[in-house]
Write a protein that binds this ligand. Structure first.
Ligand code: SF4
Ligand code: SF4
Length: 196
């Protein structure tokens, strides 16, 4: 059933500090500029899979509905395609906002409605940090280790087809600038550690 602002507010506790927390993030600085026009929700091709649309997430964050926002599937399903932002009349960086909300969900130990999603993001980041770019076979193996062997079986036939067409390499990529990527990752991790 489609959730409305009214029934969300009625059923949830409000955390008045949440809006201030969101406003401290880069994308959250503009959160009060949202005019609830709905262009983002109407443009979002992933909306069908989300529990709340991007416009609702913004309104809920404005209202301080921390638990609902951080436990939503929306923040993990957003594909960062930027369709919404390219059309938003107020220039709000919605994918960046979703990323900040994901970080907050992890920091606050809010369990994700789709538990594999944070694990996917972690595995993805580990591989890019190590090789400087994605290596799909290793992503599958790491995801399998973090979730279940089904991951490998579910994607085996697609992986084989991609390998036959030369789209996937068995060996990890050799990338120029790998050391610089590692430095960027180390610096980002140091900043995260200082925050904790
Ligand atoms: S398109 Fe922009 S202004 Fe309109 S509802 Fe979405 S975020 Fe708010
Ligand atoms: S960036 Fe995320 S919220 Fe915006 S249109 Fe793409 S999937 Fe939807």
């Amino acid at each position: 059933m489609e959730q409305t602002h009214a029934n969300v507010v009625k059923n949830q506790n409000v955390d008045s500090s949440f809006l201030e927390e969101v406003k401290k993030t880069e994308a959250g600085k503009k959160i009060l500029d949202c005019i609830q026009c709905g262009v983002c929700a109407g443009s979002c091709h992933a909306r069908f899979a989300m529990d709340y649309g991007p416009m609702q997430i913004i309104k809920m964050a404005q209202l301080g509905l921390k638990e609902d926002v951080l436990s939503s599937s929306t923040i993990w399903i957003c594909a960062s395609c930027y369709t919404c932002t390219s059309r938003c009349p107020r220039g709000i960086d919605i994918p960046l906002l979703m990323s900040s909300l994901k970080n907050m969900a992890i920091e606050n130990n809010v369990p994700a409605k789709i538990p594999a999603k944070p694990k996917f993001h972690k595995a993805f980041t580990e591989i890019v940090g190590k090789y400087g770019r994605m290596h799909e076979p290793q992503l599958q193996v790491r995801l399998m280790n973090k979730t279940s062997p089904k991951v490998l079986f579910n994607n085996a036939s697609l992986g084989l087809k991609m390998w036959r067409k030369g789209k996937v390499k068995m060996m990890p990529p050799k990338l120029q600038g790998k050391a610089q990527v590692k430095t960027i990752f180390r610096s980002a991790l140091r900043k995260e550690e200082k925050k904790e």
